[in-house]
Design a protein around this ligand. Structure first.
Ligand SMILES: Nc1ncnc2c1ncn2[C@@H]1O[C@H](COP(=O)(O)OP(=O)(O)OP(=O)(O)O)[C@@H](O)[C@H]1O
Length: 380
């Protein structure tokens, strides 16, 4: 007997069943792959964090972001949460003035820069110089003062990824910045990511660098876009020459000179209980070669001596002295009065002698180790 030919309804039903089975298989496989993806949980957390940040930053809910852009959006910084302002930086007035003119003015007055190719603001700014001299401070203050979107790009968030993910995230950095413009993309230690290309570079790294550069070029050629890349490095000589060309505004932040050291010391000591005998000129002379961060450490070291003197004095025994706060004894009302006063009020002011001790201690430590002793070591 000849096979009965499929009639129309049987054919439709077969097609339908095949389609349903394929859809179920597809969804099942997708679910299984999603579950196996080790980054899934982190991506979900990133998404929630990014959404919260976007709301706090007042970013329009209609700005639709891809999953990759969401991962990068977690690295957005709220300008209001940045504690560093121009006033927190001493001795770098000329760099601050140039940053205001090069970076902030074009962002805040875009209309002035339209219509001329000659005065287009730079799409790349480089801060370079030895460690601890204020590069990160300058970048943070720029973000705060410019009131612009600021992506503090952690390079590890691009590189520690599955093959192929890095490029997508790299593209997302730029597409997100364009969606949120005006925007600064800040990369600390840019040399570690965009160092001179070498033949032994991993293929994925080389591709990511090439992609980063080509996306950046897209920004450079588009005068309407208000996105700039700001990098900081201690090793400008290691940064790829092609990258340096894309950062025409470069600022060298060197070790502070004598007047700069004096300003930094004044700034760090502002608001501290300090004796009138402190000679800031002398301190600035004695600290030749110190970075801003060394000077801060010096002040911290000097400020510990009054604490140490207090902790070894008899009045400190009610707090348990150096051995830690023991049980408070029941006792006369004088003890109660003593305890109700804030302990800092009982510290003597920081003196020149404290600074002299701190300087010798730090210089000695430097000569032995090349590094500096932590203040915490002094209480041992
Ligand atoms: N010009 C300055 N004015 C006030 N404080 C300063 C200055 N320079 C450095 N400091 C102090 O040193 C600390 C370190 O500075 P910062 O992190 O900006 O250095 P950096 O140049 O970015 O160093 P690195 O290259 O190691 O990241 C600051 O938190 C601040 O306390």
């Amino acid at each position: 007997m000849p096979d009965r030919a499929f009639d129309r309804s049987e054919l439709l039903s077969l097609l339908l069943r095949t389609a349903v089975a394929s859809a179920i298989t597809y969804l099942g496989v997708k679910w299984a792959v999603d579950m196996m993806d080790p980054t899934r949980k982190r991506r979900q957390e990133d998404k929630k964090r990014a959404e919260r940040l976007m709301t706090r930053l007042g970013i329009d809910k209609n700005v639709h972001l891809t999953d990759y852009e969401m991962s990068i959006a977690c690295q957005l910084v709220e300008p209001v949460s940045i504690q560093v302002s121009w006033d927190s930086i001493a001795g770098l007035d000329s760099v601050i003035q140039e940053l205001k003119e090069t970076v902030i003015l074009p962002i805040q007055n875009r209309h002035l820069f339209r219509g001329s190719q000659l005065i287009q603001p730079p799409k790349g700014v480089l801060l370079h110089g030895p460690p601890g001299c204020g590069k990160t401070l300058l970048a943070k203050a720029t973000a705060r003062e410019a009131c612009t979107r600021f992506i503090n790009l952690e390079i590890s968030s691009l590189t520690d990824k599955w093959y192929g993910e890095s490029q997508k995230l790299c593209a997302a950095v730029f597409s997100l910045a364009v969606k949120l413009e005006p925007c600064i993309i800040f990369i600390d230690e840019i040399d570690s990511f965009l160092r001179a290309r070498a033949t032994h570079d991993h293929e994925a790294t080389a591709m990511m660098k090439a992609m980063f550069m080509s996306l950046w070029d897209g920004l450079i050629s588009d005068s309407e876009r208000c996105v700039l890349v700001m990098g900081a490095t201690n090793r400008p000589q290691d940064v790829d020459k092609a990258i340096l060309r894309r950062m025409p505004a470069a600022f060298h932040i060197g070790k502070p000179t004598l007047p700069q050291r004096k300003s930094i010391l004044h700034l760090v000591m502002r608001g501290e209980s300090a004796s009138d005998d402190i000679d800031f000129n002398r301190l600035a002379k004695l600290t030749d070669g110190f970075t801003g961060s060394d000077l801060r450490e010096l002040c911290r070291t000097a400020a510990i001596y009054p604490v140490r003197d207090y902790m070894t004095s008899p009045s400190a025994t009610v707090f348990g002295g150096l051995s830690g706060a023991g049980p408070v004894p029941d006792g006369p009302s004088s003890v109660t009065r003593e305890l109700s006063r804030p302990p800092t009020a009982q510290l003597r002011p920081i003196t020149q002698a404290d600074f002299d001790r701190a300087i010798s201690k730090m210089k000695e430590s430097k000569s032995h180790t090349g590094g500096l002793l932590s203040t915490d070591d002094m209480l041992d």
